[in-house]
Design a protein around this ligand. Structure first.
Ligand code: SF4
Length: 434
């Protein structure tokens, strides 16, 4: 399995592998040992498409028996034109079809093992953290995005099913649940926020706050990704202040200038976001806010960009990622006037990164001397690296520990912070929760 793209795609890969495993297949660690190679593609940006096509080419060269699935499966003709030898092409979330294609490409002889179902799902992430996908699709129509065209409108999973999956994950060793979707704040809208009975009594509503509260009671860290600053998001902040949910919000703001947000057709595009952030910080002073921004969107003027920098200076977000605008085939934004020259995009990108690195360094420096919980990701020699509650895996910073060789991945320990740089913290464990 070659899995590309975002965590949402990773969850799809895990589901496909789980189904295949329960059908009696085994994973091969390399191309050579595989009867068939599955490439789960990403089609979000043209650069991601190119990466997907390269991965298909490599799989064909190395193995020759290739099935393509994922977002690029929507563009079967393009794939078949370039790689006429691919065995099958299926689209995103078509689990049955992918699994069916594997059965045709690599039939397994009947055996007693077919009845063996694994006790828990196969995961591509380490055992101690897991992505939890709560919905598919999106009701928004941001002008730079083709996700709704690829994946359709919002379809929420039932909250009782999500909770059951989370319970299983925690029982199997997960200590951090990363809640993902295209728009977590919209969760349950399509289910009209209905209540569902729970096996042990009580009920759970299809609503972000109620779901977060139930997940928080499982004892693992619960981290919310892809949330938009709607008024009802205010309701999850007290859960963070109470320690039920990690005080962290991943909000892809993308821009701050009103004219650019309007051209982007962004959800929750209102002027009061800075006030809302201030209110959240008053309730939960430790809240870490992570966001991504696009620079050089069509029509972005120097004044719009300055507005964004000023906004960032005021918002003082904890973590910021940035992209230079890249047209995605099929996105409405490509037709917008005022495309920004590449060298201007580069220059704006560099200015934005410089500013946000300075803010990040200042915020991290203020943590020196404090004590905080850190979840351990890796141990090597005498040291270890992990993350505070302000850091999601892969995308945020790390906490590097000395005198920590006795720890194991998944441990949550109290750490005293001794130093900081632009992105990471450095410290020493002061006690182990284990
Ligand atoms: S919120 Fe906008 S960017 Fe995100 S998936 Fe929906 S349409 Fe795309």
């Amino acid at each position: 399995m070659v899995s590309l793209g975002c965590p949402k795609n990773l969850v799809d890969s895990e589901r496909i592998l789980t189904k295949l495993r329960s059908d009696g297949y085994e994973m091969s660690p390399d191309y050579a040992g595989a009867d068939v190679v599955l490439v789960n593609t990403c089609g979000f940006l043209d650069s991601a498409k190119e990466e997907s096509l390269e991965a298909i080419g490599e799989a064909i060269a190395e193995n020759g028996r290739v099935i393509v699935t994922g977002c690029m499966g929507q563009e079967a003709e393009q794939i078949r034109a370039r790689f006429p030898d691919v065995l099958a092409v299926t689209g995103a979330h078509q689990y049955e079809e992918v699994v069916g294609a594997v059965h045709v490409a690599a039939p397994i002889p009947p055996s007693a093992y077919l009845d063996l179902v694994p006790e828990r799902d196969l995961k591509l992430t380490p055992r101690h953290y897991s992505y939890l996908k709560i919905s598919e699709g999106c009701n928004h129509r941001c002008s730079f995005c083709i996700i709704p065209a690829l994946r359709g409108d919002l379809v929420s999973r039932r909250p009782d099913a999500i909770l059951r999956e989370a319970e299983k994950l925690v029982a199997a060793g997960t200590r951090e649940l990363l809640v993902i979707s295209q728009d977590t704040s919209a969760y349950g809208l399509d289910l009209r926020h209905a209540a569902y009975p729970l096996k042990g009594g009580g009920e759970i509503r299809a609503d972000m706050e109620d779901l977060a509260r139930h997940l928080g009671r499982l004892g693992a860290w619960v981290r919310l990704h892809y949330v938009y600053p709607y008024p009802h998001v205010d309701r999850v902040i007290p859960l963070m202040a109470d320690g039920l949910v990690v005080p962290y919000l991943d909000i892809p703001f993308q821009h701050a200038a009103p004219s650019v947000l309007k051209a982007m057709k962004r959800p929750a595009n209102e002027a009061k976001v800075l006030e809302r952030i201030a209110k959240w910080r008053a309730i939960c002073p430790d809240i870490a806010i992570r966001s991504t921004f696009v620079v050089g969107f069509p029509g972005e003027t120097e004044a719009d960009f300055d507005y964004l920098l000023q906004w960032l200076e005021e918002a003082r977000l904890d973590r910021v990622g940035a992209f230079r605008f890249e047209p995605v085939a099929g996105a409405a934004a490509n037709q917008l006037p005022g495309h920004v020259p590449e060298e201007v995009k580069e220059e704006r990108y560099a200015r934005l990164m410089e500013l946000t690195a300075r803010i990040s360094a200042e915020k991290l420096a203020a943590k020196v001397g404090r004590t905080m919980d850190v979840i351990i990701d890796e141990v090597g020699g005498d040291g270890a690296s992990g993350r505070s509650q302000a850091d999601a895996p892969e995308i945020d910073g790390q906490v590097h520990l000395r005198d920590a060789g006795h720890l194991a991945p998944g441990d949550i320990v109290r750490v005293e912070i001794e130093e900081a740089d632009e992105h990471d913290l450095f410290g020493v464990p002061v006690s182990a929760e284990g």
